[in-house]
Design a protein around this ligand. Structure first.
Ligand code: TRP
Length: 415
């Protein structure tokens, strides 16, 4: 079953004219059409998020799915249906997400997973663990350990500013928390061969051995038993919202899970029914396109590529107005021909940030028909994003070292 469910497809299978290679560290895709998400989902054996699943989500949770979910930014999953089963039965599960500390200024693309995770935490009142992979960045980048440490501390403040519930959220930095989860890291390492690691992640003879061992460290937090003093239960299901490029880590995790030792304290009957650890469930999101359109990368070194969380309303407006447009260049042409809304960046962003379905639909139809001009759509987008960024800035300004300490201290979370 595990085989069918999680094929260890090499990450570099060819597609289209350009080879599509997606790893947790690099995204290479056709520059015209962008990433072929359907192919990824198929090759990697994940499931589509269907309207039926979304309807069930709403029935079970009593919450309208977040726009990022109902409009397809989160497009694929593993076992979300099982998480809903378990929630319906009144069983607890926990959320797990993370960030690789970096010096890059946070942009909208970084905000998305945290905004979404914060929403999930609220909907399910679920405990959350957030991993800061300072070790990963140390191994992959030209960074010293003290530098990686400092970045992790800074990034921690940004994460706190997303408004997570401190009584239910534990944030940890790998280099400091490792002792608590090292046993699980070892149990995972023992069950993943070098050839699985190279086939899944594309390591080669030149990769330092820290990299080869790292996947076990990102895998370990998927198991509640890695948090004996934080979650305080032997076994609990886990849901991981993440970008699709992180899936290779969790495919390996899911292959290993049933072969892990059954955590101490799991009642005998349950252990017999299901030995080992639970496979983590996943919710995958796409990469959000840069303001400059498909193929562009959001990057601190290209200021117009993205809205940054430090931007002023004026800067936001200016950047949004320059975004890649699916509309016609000349007003007369736009009136006559309308816009290609699937190519239009402002429309893509509105789909993720504008909650009002009716308004969105009306903007899309009128823009496609030429009743609306590109500038008008962009104007609306600036109005929608600005308050989101400003709210973040207010919270970020109020984050103190004590607050970070509170999130990072090892303590039992509320369940
Ligand atoms: N490797 C991720 C990054 O570079 C960080 C990360 C660790 C993560 N654990 C995670 C992301 C779990 C999503 C889910 O950003």
């Amino acid at each position: 079953m595990a085989q069918q469910d999680e094929p260890a497809t090499p990450v570099g299978e060819e597609t289209h004219d350009v080879e599509q290679v997606i790893t947790p560290w690099a995204v290479q895709a056709d520059s015209e059409t962008g990433v072929d998400y359907e192919k990824l989902q198929r090759d990697w054996g994940a499931k589509a998020i269907t309207p039926e699943l979304l309807a069930r989500f709403e029935r079970v949770t009593g919450h309208r799915p977040h726009p990022m979910l109902r409009r397809g930014l989160y497009f694929s999953h593993r076992d979300l249906d099982r998480v809903l089963d378990c929630y319906e039965r009144g069983e607890k599960f926990f959320l797990y997400t993370g960030r690789g500390p970096s010096s890059d200024a946070l942009h909208i693309g970084h905000m998305i997973p945290f905004m979404f995770t914060q929403w999930l935490q609220e909907v399910f009142a679920a405990p959350l663990v957030v991993q800061l992979t300072d070790d990963e960045k140390f191994l992959w980048k030209d960074l010293t350990l003290p530098e990686a440490d400092k970045l992790a501390r800074e990034n921690a403040k940004d994460i706190v500013a997303f408004g997570f519930d401190v009584t239910r959220t534990f944030m940890f930095q790998n280099t400091r928390y490792m002792g608590e989860m090292y046993r699980n890291v070892l149990e995972i390492q023992k069950r993943v061969t070098y050839s699985t690691a190279t086939a899944t992640f594309g390591f080669d003879g030149q990769s330092n051995i820290g990299k080869v061992a790292f996947p076990a460290i990102q895998a370990a937090p998927s198991f509640a038993s890695s948090f004996p003093r934080v979650l305080g239960v032997p076994r609990m299901r886990c849901l991981i919202p993440c970008a699709i490029d992180q899936d290779p880590y969790f495919r390996v995790t899911r292959q290993v899970a049933p072969r892990m030792p059954t955590p101490l304290g799991v009642p005998k009957k349950e252990a017999k029914k299901q030995p080992g650890e639970y496979k983590p469930a996943l919710l995958h999101c796409k990469f959000i396109t840069s303001l400059q359109g498909p193929g562009g990368k959001m990057s601190a070194s290209i200021p117009n590529s993205a809205v940054f969380v430090t931007d002023t309303p004026k800067q936001i407006k200016a950047k949004v107005m320059r975004a890649f447009s699916g509309g016609q260049e000349k007003v007369e042409d736009q009136r006559r021909l309308g816009a290609d809304i699937e190519k239009d960046v402002a429309i893509q962003y509105l789909r993720f940030f504008l909650d009002d379905d009716e308004e969105l639909a009306s903007i899309e139809t009128r823009y496609a028909k030429g009743e609306l001009l590109s500038g008008e759509v962009k104007q609306r987008l600036a109005e929608v994003i600005t308050p989101i960024v400003q709210a973040f800035q207010r919270r970020r300004a109020n984050v103190t070292d004590e607050m970070v300490e509170a999130f990072m201290s090892v303590r039992q979370l509320d369940m």
